[in-house]
Design a protein around this ligand. Structure first.
Ligand code: PBG
Length: 322
């Protein structure tokens, strides 16, 4: 006697009936890189199909996203000027604050998520202010709080702090509440590893650290228990969503966070994951659509409720075709 598992795989209809995980465009968030200046549409060399866009070309992009049915965007800014303290991140007329206002004035049907970090705005490329050669945690926190408040003031629907300073969720929550933004949720980059998979993003966002690396604030890829502690802290501090980042090499962590916490879990399918898949696809070595759908479905199976991905538009197109 043996089990006949193939009974439930006998036809496409049967497989559909017993499918446990379904990818939907409603789960996708699309990252956008907003560049200060005019008439900018620069393709990121390490991320074919991904562009830095200026505000005058943003409306067209938003129309496309609305038409495709993508529910949200995650905004990163590329300012013209950087300084030691990343002041462009928390300026009321900073590039991301302007982009948020423009999108919110245009439509109520797209959620605008603001990445809250300083690395795109600091001359040294780190996610906070530098003291004695390292990022100073407690001195950086007020700047992140200021950034979050200006983003909320501009109309951001969700604040997504990615800076990995200790206490950032607690401080940002308190700052938002005091400023009257009690209703704005925090999507915390709770579990963020110091990963080589961010390489292409740093081309896209022009945020490569000018010295050293991010290993004193982002997590060691070898650690699992540390991920549990980070996620627990952020929940205690008031996070409404938990992000695990990167995604593909960290599926075990996605599952662990999902099983432990009753909040939506977000997988960030990061730049390096996009670039590897794109490069192999452009070479004709893999079937792009099949491999992307498989990767993202696997993230959902691992426990992700939401996926931030540079493939969001393609996925929406493929799903709309079906
Ligand atoms: C900012 C930030 C980074 C990413 C998202 N927010 C870069 C980094 O931490 O170096 C990476 C996203 C990606 O690789 O797609 N701190």
């Amino acid at each position: 006697m043996f089990d006949r598992h193939r009974k439930l795989r006998s036809s496409a209809t049967m497989r559909k009936l017993v499918r446990e995980t379904v990818l939907q465009k409603e789960d996708m968030i699309y990252p956008l890189f907003i560049a200060e200046g005019e008439n900018i549409k620069n393709e990121v060399s390490s991320m074919p199909g991904v562009y830095q866009l200026s505000l005058d070309l943003l409306d067209r992009e938003i129309d496309e996203l609305l038409e495709l049915g993508i529910p949200g965007v995650l905004l990163f800014g590329i300012p013209k000027h950087k300084d030691e303290v990343g002041s462009g991140a928390y300026a009321d007329d900073g590039i991301v604050q302007q982009a948020i206002r423009q999108i919110k004035n245009k439509t109520k049907d797209l959620l605008v998520i603001a990445d809250t970090c300083l690395c795109e705005y600091t001359s040294h490329g780190h996610c906070g202010v530098i003291h004695d050669g390292d990022v100073d945690n407690d001195e950086s926190l007020p700047l992140h709080v200021k950034t979050a408040i200006t983003q909320a003031k501009a109309g951001a629907d969700i604040i997504a702090p990615s800076n990995m300073m200790d206490g950032f969720v607690a401080e940002i929550r308190e700052g938002l509440d005091e400023a009257g933004y009690v209703h704005v949720p925090i999507m915390s980059y709770a579990v963020k590893y110091a990963s080589a998979f961010y390489g292409p993003f740093r081309d896209a966002a022009d945020s490569t650290p000018q010295f050293g690396d991010r290993k004193t604030y982002q997590m060691d890829p070898a650690n699992r228990l540390e991920a549990i502690r980070e996620a627990d802290s952020d929940i205690n501090e008031g996070a409404d969503f938990l992000i695990v980042k990167p995604a593909l090499a960290y599926m075990d962590i996605i599952r662990e966070v999902k099983d432990r916490h009753a909040v939506p879990v977000v997988a960030y399918n990061v730049s390096g994951e996009y670039s590897m898949t794109k490069a192999a696809s452009l070479n004709g070595w893999v079937d792009e659509k099949a491999i992307v759908m498989e990767q993202l479905t696997a993230m959902k199976r691992a426990g992700a409720d939401i996926i931030i991905t540079y493939y969001a538009k393609d996925v929406a197109k493929w799903l709309n075709e079906q």
